[in-house]
Ligand binder design. Structure first.
Ligand code: FE2
Length: 319
């Protein structure tokens, strides 16, 4: 016992960030994407948090029927994306897994009648939602183990929260200091192949697919800043599921599930500008988890949430 979540972040992994700097600056009308500088800011946060391991909730690893957890000892190879192999190819990777932590997630899930299972097949391919973060956050150099969790596609938000709760309890039992990364975008509607940019800087937010998606993403970012995850979850089916978020929000919902779900009040600190990528809304946000133990008891967490609520929060917000 005594394991702990020592930090968490929602992180963009969009493939344009893996282009060379010269190309990115050209695409950015003379200035690089702020998500690149944001990776450096996140690296600092990770160094300060000094985790023993990271869990990446991967919004590209789609599974059906189970929330899968990577249980391998080590992952190495050369990554090529089947989505954009003309530029995202030849990426060498060599990082450690953490079979012990992965196994605990399945143990907890089975106790609860849940659907988290370990997979450690050596032929199982990698996804760039994990690989891009391993590279950009230099996790190989730090020697940090990474456990990737899938996005099960026949799930509602409640299933993702329960999957995250199993991860949170496994962390508590592990004795490890673990940092969570929800790898994915907010609104995730692509611009058409023949779309013409609204703004010459491709990363500019006005190039996100629709004004209403920009407004919704910014509303979510405001709620993150205030630590009002209960509000985000309350609005899930009517708003965020409809846009929809990348992987229907599997990355965020599992992360927040591990941090207490509706009881989570971790405040978000943007580590980058909000930017467009092919019409999707992207940002890095750090969540201050210092005061939070994983899997808080409902009474204790609800009391903490009430204490943290602003005075005006008694007003019902539109769903
Ligand atoms: Fe993605």
């Amino acid at each position: 016992m005594n394991g702990k979540i020592v930090g968490a972040a929602l992180v963009s992994h969009h493939p344009g960030l893996m282009q060379c700097e010269e190309f990115r600056v050209l695409q950015g009308a003379g200035q690089d994407s702020d998500l690149i500088a944001g990776y450096a800011r996140l690296r600092q946060k990770i160094a300060q948090a000094a985790p023993d391991a990271l869990v990446i909730f991967d919004s590209h690893w789609f599974t059906t029927g189970y929330h899968l957890v990577d249980g391998g000892e080590r992952y190495s190879g050369t990554y090529i994306s089947d989505e954009m192999p003309w530029y995202l190819h030849g990426v060498p990777y060599d990082y450690r897994g953490h079979p012990g932590l992965a196994g605990l997630v399945e143990t907890v899930s089975r106790e609860r009648g849940g659907y988290n299972r370990v997979i450690s097949h050596p032929d199982l391919g990698r996804q760039y939602a994990t690989i891009n973060l391993v590279k950009q956050l230099r996790l190989e150099h730090a020697g940090l183990p990474v456990v990737t969790v899938s996005s099960c596609q026949n799930c509602d938000w409640q299933h993702f929260i329960r999957s995250g709760e199993a991860v949170g309890e496994a962390i508590a039992r592990s004795g490890l200091r673990v940092l969570l990364l929800a790898s994915g975008a907010l609104s995730h509607k692509f611009n058409a192949i023949d779309w013409k940019p609204n703004h010459p800087r491709i990363f500019h937010e006005s190039n996100v697919s629709r004004p209403e998606n920009i407004a919704s993403d910014k509303g979510a970012i405001d709620l993150f800043r205030q630590g009002r995850h209960a509000q985000l979850i309350e609005r899930w089916d009517a708003e965020y599921r409809q846009l929809p978020w990348e992987a229907f929000g599997a990355h965020y919902l599992q992360m927040v599930g591990a941090m207490g779900g509706r009881d989570c009040t971790a405040r978000g600190e943007p580590l980058s500008a909000y930017e467009n990528a092919r019409g999707t809304g992207n940002i890095h946000i750090w969540f201050h988890t210092e005061a939070q133990a994983p899997g808080p008891g409902p009474g204790q967490a609800a009391a903490a949430a009430r204490a943290a609520e602003p005075a005006s929060s008694g007003q019902k917000e539109p769903a």
